[in-house]
Design a binder for this molecule. Structure first.
Ligand SMILES: Cc1cc2nc3c(=O)[nH]c(=O)nc-3n(C[C@H](O)[C@H](O)[C@H](O)COP(=O)(O)OP(=O)(O)OC[C@H]3O[C@@H](n4cnc5c(N)ncnc54)[C@H](O)[C@@H]3O)c2cc1C
Length: 80
């Protein structure tokens, strides 16, 4: 909070102000053998050219998000 009097959270919020955000929309499955990707959520499926996954390694290690097809073993091992 040292360099902004509104607090660091305000800086992050301002930086992402133009980004569309949907809260409370957990991704259950990511299909990546389709053209682009399809992310299956509790609120429908989102299709995109690509997905950046920023869930924690623990979420990925416990397979809370299923990948179809499965990720290569070398990728999966990196979550532990
Ligand atoms: C108690 C505590 C105090 C901390 N204090 C500081 C500090 O003072 N300064 C500092 O720099 N760092 C601090 N940290 C560390 C900092 O919080 C983390 O490094 C940072 O939040 C990591 O950001 P991230 O985006 O990688 O992960 P996260 O913030 O964990 O974000 C991952 C997101 O993925 C979401 N997610 C999970 N599963 C799914 C799913 N299936 N579908 C969709 N979304 C999903 C989660 O809801 C979460 O919002 C602290 C951490 C803790 C625990």
């Amino acid at each position: 909070n040292y360099f902004t009097k509104e607090g660091f959270g305000a800086l992050v919020a301002r930086f992402g102000a133009d980004v569309r955000v949907e809260l409370s929309t957990p991704v259950r499955k990511i299909l990546w053998d389709v053209p682009g990707v399809a992310c299956v959520t509790d609120r429908g499926t989102i299709r995109a050219k690509a997905v950046i996954v920023t869930a924690s390694p623990a979420v990925l290690a416990f397979e809370e998000i299923e990948f179809a097809p499965a990720l290569p073993d070398t990728h999966f091992a990196a979550f532990f």
